[in-house]
Design a protein around this ligand. Structure first.
Ligand SMILES: Cc1cc2nc3c(=O)[nH]c(=O)nc-3n(C[C@H](O)[C@H](O)[C@H](O)COP(=O)(O)O)c2cc1C
Length: 205
């Protein structure tokens, strides 16, 4: 049932920033967590606002091929090269931001390209989340956490959970000591193979 844990020496992290403003709280928190990664583990950072993807068009069931934009090709390459993908999105309306959602929608397009073997190649890799939100009640992020967990489960990925922080104005998360403490050990967490809630109940895969 399990896929072998990827050895640390083979690991590389892709941080996907999904905020609509530069140097926001989510990036600050993601960088605080990333600082703790061993120096030998490569990190790549991509800011979706600086490299915007065109709106996703669902051509999965159409004949022929769709033109692939430069941004899409670059993101696809970065995604497939990483063993660990960190979705660093602010909480927008209790979910990931539109930029982030669009990036994930492209995953569906990539799933539909047989030559890419996307599902097979993503299986066993690890999905993580980082989010900052204005509200104090952390359970209002449950929808976002469930969405990322289910995305990982669909792709047979591991899921390391979501690092939560609190803040509204840019930089405010620096005052959230609990979040900064959690950031120090976030990537040391066990990241088990993700399961859909129904599998949790029955223990089945
Ligand atoms: C479009 C939008 C929607 C938001 N929705 C929520 C929300 O549902 N819950 C919440 O706690 N904060 C919400 N916020 C506040 C942001 O999560 C908060 O300002 C956060 O610090 C932004 O992160 P950033 O600095 O990385 O962009 C929203 C902000 C915007 C702009």
């Amino acid at each position: 049932m399990t896929t072998d844990r990827i050895d640390d020496t083979d690991r590389s992290f892709l941080f996907v920033l999904g905020s609509s403003r530069p140097e926001g709280n989510t990036e600050i928190l993601a960088r605080a967590a990333a600082e703790q990664l061993p120096a030998g583990i490569p990190q790549r950072w991509v800011d979706l606002a600086k490299h915007p993807l065109p709106d996703f068009q669902d051509g999965r069931h159409e004949d022929g091929t769709w033109p692939v934009s430069e941004q899409e090709e670059e993101l696809r390459r970065l995604t497939l090269e990483a063993t660990d993908i960190v979705i660093a999105s602010p909480l927008y309306w209790y979910a990931v931001s539109a930029n982030t959602k669009r990036y994930l929608d492209y995953w569906s397009g990539w799933l539909g390209v047989p030559a890419l073997d996307f599902k097979k190649r993503m299986s066993g890799r690890t999905l993580w989340g980082v989010t900052v939100m204005a509200e104090e009640e952390e359970d209002t992020a449950d929808g976002m956490i469930a969405s990322l967990n289910n995305t990982a489960a669909y792709l047979r990925m591991r899921f390391g959970g979501v690092l939560l922080g609190n803040g509204s104005r840019p930089g405010q998360v620096r005052g959230d000591e609990r979040a900064l403490t959690r950031a120090k050990t976030f990537f040391e967490r066990e990241a088990p193979l993700a399961r859909f809630p129904s599998e949790e109940e029955t223990g089945e895969r």
